[in-house]
Ligand binder design. Structure first.
Ligand SMILES: *Cc1c(COP(=O)(O)O)cnc(C)c1O
Length: 374
């Protein structure tokens, strides 16, 4: 079936490098020649530029997205005895951060339409031990934050957003991460803004929290060999900072291309036997992933694979059913909406690397698919 057609990889992480190879090589060489290999001006410059990009007063870079989430919780004094509300339907890193902080995980089911948590589900999970709500902008679709902010205000809770998939996404016109929010980011290579290795950051408007994070990521120290608290070693590598600084200048354009592909999928797959992403009014998704849903997911994946099209499942096993969390005692059926989502979702190729011919090929292949019942 794929004869004469290009293969369509699910994701080509090297493509963004090849597009701006000269600029990236130059940035890497600059760091190598500088002799400054931990923190320093390259890291500060990226923090400044990323804060400006999202519209946040402060950006504190760290080694990866999991650390960004973990350190944000630790800096908010979240620990044993506290509860953190997280989506049941998320990548496991959201849960791992809570575990690392010592607090207890309180999972809530997603909304069937958006796959994200809603204020109603969050409110039902609040107890007198709740300290933080952690919404995840899953697949790059912004969570409906306003009612969750209202809840947090009413109950005296903090919000830590997991925006690992939402670089550049907008909610009510403002970028995710703007204003005073505490927001954790990942720059894992496959994200919308990806390094050539690991990276992460927290953005915030809380200056005291920012100072604490700068200390926590650097051994709990702000003055060399003076340690104010038990910290971590979680610093963004200057080479990664320099590469990210170059890529950041292309992020809006790359997200625009993702949006264009998403729009074509939305209109041209309208009649296909799959459920398409539901986009809330007044949000601009980052389109990290384009996720369709069907009860015949594996059959669709096989069909697309025969057509030379790569797909992925985000994610095949929900955190509560992972062996890592067996000790929490959640059985199959504890979160039925989440479990159904994990059984039925499939991510189609989307990314700035996809040519018009390639996404047309995806549209044709999904359009001609008829679920095989066997
Ligand atoms: C990628 C991701 C993370 C973790 O980021 P790393 O940089 O890989 O540690 C956390 N949450 C979500 C939703 C992610 O997609």
């Amino acid at each position: 079936m794929s004869t004469g057609l290009t293969e369509v990889p699910f994701l080509d992480v090297g493509a963004s490098y090849r597009e701006i190879e000269g600029e990236i090589d130059e940035a890497v060489r600059r760091v190598l020649a500088s002799g400054r290999y931990v923190l320093g001006s390259e890291v500060e410059a990226f923090e400044h530029d990323y804060a400006a990009f999202v519209g946040a007063p402060e950006c504190i870079s760290v080694a990866n997205g999991l650390d960004a989430l973990t350190l944000a919780l630790v800096a908010l004094d979240v620990g044993p005895g506290d509860e953190v509300i997280v989506p049941a339907n998320t990548y496991i890193a959201t849960w791992l951060a809570v575990t690392r902080s010592g607090a207890s995980i309180v999972p809530v089911e997603p909304d069937e339409a958006t796959y994200n948590v809603t204020a109603d589900a969050v409110e039902a999970a609040i107890t007198n031990r709740t300290k933080v709500i952690m919404p995840v902008h899953l697949y790059g679709q912004p969570v409906d934050l306003a009612p969750i902010r209202a809840l947090a205000g009413k109950h005296g809770l903090r919000i830590v957003e997991d925006a690992a998939q939402a670089h550049g996404a907008r909610y009510r016109g403002a970028r995710i991460g703007s204003d005073a929010d505490v927001v954790a980011w990942s720059f894992y290579p496959g994200k919308n803004l990806g390094a050539v290795g690991d990276g992460g950051a927290v953005t915030t408007g809380d200056a005291a929290l920012a100072d604490r994070l700068r200390s926590l990521r650097n051994y709990g120290s702000t003055l060399k060999y003076v340690n104010e608290e038990v910290g971590f070693n979680s610093r963004l590598d200057p080479i990664q900072a320099a590469v990210l600084g170059v890529k950041l200048r292309y992020l809006d354009e790359w997200n625009r291309r993702r949006g264009e592909i998403a729009d074509r999928y939305q209109t041209e797959l309208e009649a296909a036997p799959v459920r398409l992403p539901h986009v809330l009014a007044d949000v601009l998704p980052a389109w990290h992933l384009f996720v369709v849903r069907t009860a015949y997911r594996d059959n669709l994946a096989e069909h697309l694979s025969r057509c030379g099209i790569g797909t992925m499942v985000h994610y095949p096993i929900p955190p509560h059913l992972q062996q890592a969390y067996a000790h929490l005692g959640f059985e199959e059926g504890s979160f039925p909406i989440t479990e159904a989502v994990h059984r039925e979702v499939l991510s189609l190729p989307i990314g700035p690397h996809l040519s018009a011919q390639q996404h047309a090929q995806v549209i044709d292949a999904v359009g001609e698919w008829a679920p095989a019942h066997h």
